[in-house]
Design a protein around this ligand. Sequence first.
Ligand code: NAD
Ligand code: UGA
Length: 479
Amino acid sequence: MGISIKNICCIGAGYVGGPTMAVMSLKCPDILINVVDVNQERIDAWNSDDLSKLPIFEPGLDDIVKKTRGKNLFFSTKIQESIENADMIFISVNTPTKTKGLGAGKASDLKWVEACAREVAKFAKGHSIVVEKSTLPVRTAEVIQKILHSSIRNSIDESKSFKVLSNPEFLAEGTAINDLLNPDRVLIGGDDEQAMLSLKEIYKEWVTEDKILLTNIWSSELAKLTSNAFLAQRISSINTISAICEVTGADVREVSRAIGKDTRIGSKFLDSGPGFGGSCFKKDILNLVYLAEYFGLNEVATFWESVVQVNSWHKRRISEIIVKKLFGTVVNKKLVILGFAFKANTNDTRESAAINICKNLLNEGANLIIHDPKVTASQIENDLNINVRDSLKIENSSFNETSGTWEHSKSIRNLEIFKNSYAIIILTEWDEFRELNWREIAKKMIPPAWVFDSRSMVNPKEVRDSGLSLWRLGDGLGD
Ligand code: NAD
Ligand code: UGA
């Protein structure tokens, strides 16, 4: 038996910390959970009376927050106090790719994790179980342990002790609440049985025991990176096949369906799209690449790096197809971009394929009008920042020097957004794009007008019957 946990502190109130602790608070009403963050604005949003203003859009999250916030779930910036009172501390802070110094461009930047470890070392009282919830390079637990144990040596509090566990998170954005309520598995890595059982007891409140896996700590850290690498590799694989479909007359949807029926392959994660985005796939694969290079496993590194390289090539490929279909130039042409988030049901745009594709089109001189039901204009402005666009121009010599403009449209309901446009480009699979009235839209556009569907959203017959030309990803019999 592990010790019974009564008070949890989660450091980091982001896409993982917020939803994870919300679900835990719902399922474990006897545990007091404090989610803390250095970002006051984010904490204020978590505490907002208007639940539509929570910092993260995630279906079902508002209902849970409504039930538990102020009862056993609290959001604050009281980091010291929350660590002092906790018997279990989750580290759920960001771990982006390093942009400078040793390992830049591949290794994870652990400065936020290290800062947390130092805070825990300083403020924790008595026995504390520290849980890595962030996705981390293999052997990070060693670093955390070193920082924590050095604080014991320098402490006058003789009861101070720590155990470190790895408990990576596998939720996907947009389905986070369901993923957390019904996980395929919960992974707990560690070398202290009692600490592992303490965490297991918490999950047992809603997850069946056969789904709770206990492993050694390094396997747990590596399994998280491997899981993301495998998922991303499937997407890059099917995206390369979409290119072959387009030149051979095959259809990638049919190929996906055919191979997915093979139970050894399985049907999930075989949807060809504009390229994988999200904050983690690229960073976690690069992390794996760095690890392999560090240990001199160069072939392993090259294999995994190609998954990321194909993804970049694929986004560029789509931009180039759009320009070519529009007679080789989009200068001063109005193009409607539908969707900016990296996938549907989230407001997250990190590494969204839409960012690269829009930048490429802006570089070609297009005038974009962008609509996404959940992404704000200021977020799009941040993502399309001019400096990055300038650097793109240098990297992609095939793109000329003219640069276009972009504006935001809050709604597509009155169809004004489509007026005088030359093309519509679907980049995120939001449900509202399935119900478009193509006949009415076609009347607003400048013929010969195009629909570019990178998400297999539209009914091809409906689009073509309305007089529009259609390009669908991986459709070898397309216009
Ligand atoms: P995020 O950027 O949304 O949130 C991280 C939060 O940590 C931020 O609000 C930041 O202010 C806070 N923070 C940073 N340093 C802090 C400190 N010293 N003290 C207090 N707060 C601090 O990140 P995220 O998307 O929640 O991801 C967190 C981790 O979980 C990453 O390692 C990521 O790889 C992993 N992960 C993310 C997802 C996902 O879907 N986003 C899924 C699984 C795993
Ligand atoms: C992914 C994993 O699915 C989670 O298990 C993991 O916890 C998480 O990363 C993480 O570590 O951050 P997420 O990035 O939220 O979750 O979203 P996914 O559903 O995996 O989609 C990632 C990208 O792949 C999106 O751009 C999506 O549109 C694209 N995708 C996904 C496809 O192009 N085709 C598919 O068949 C599936």
